[in-house]
Design a protein. Structure first.
Lengths: 116, 116
């Protein structure tokens, strides 16, 4: 899949609608349309990376920024008080359905074990 | 909890036993003692960080490295062929039980949805 037909590239560029939570020059975040918890937000890089498997060593800084933005969004939504879970699915068995790297931030309820 | 009584600090330093998978100057990885999938590995920073909530902006590079090491370990275990899931629990509702930041890498079976 290239950027042109990637739904998350379209969302990050504003070409497709989403309930935006956060945006900076590298990162975009929006509410999942099929929430699995009271708060369920997706955090994505604006750069098209199909999955963690597709990243290179030079993407480490961006990966770290995505996590730190997720941490800050958790604070914005007061999830840091009781806790939250971040999930990164890679490939079909991992449950990845959109092939543009995205972290799921879930909170507002107890998250059970195993994680799927 | 400080470093002295943190079980994951003890594992990373070699003071407590674990089935080690990977080690470098910043990162340590080992098999979870209660695996939830055929492959279930924990990836931790050697530096004591209680959780993602406790990280600071300067920790972004380390967070990115942890993810990239997880990606490389997934390749080592051939998980990249079919897929895998990474999970980061923060706080009690997130399911965090050891307060030293750790990523769960799960693979070798289909990971279901919701993720807990």
């Amino acid at each position: 899949m290239n950027e042109g037909n990637c739904i998350f590239c379209r969302i990050a560029s504003g070409a497709s609608p989403a309930r935006k939570v956060y945006e900076d020059e590298d990162v975009f975040a929006f509410h999942d349309i099929h929430p699995q918890a009271p708060v369920h937000i997706l955090i994505i890089p604006k750069k098209h990376l199909a999955s963690l498997e597709e990243t290179e060593e030079a993407d480490q800084a961006l990966l770290g920024k995505l996590l730190y933005v997720a941490r800050n969004i958790a604070r914005d939504f007061e999830l840091h008080r009781n806790g939250y879970r971040l999930v990164l699915n890679t490939g079909r068995q991992g449950g990845q359905t959109v092939f543009h790297l995205h972290f799921h931030l879930l909170g507002g309820r107890y998250l059970y074990w195993p994680p799927g």
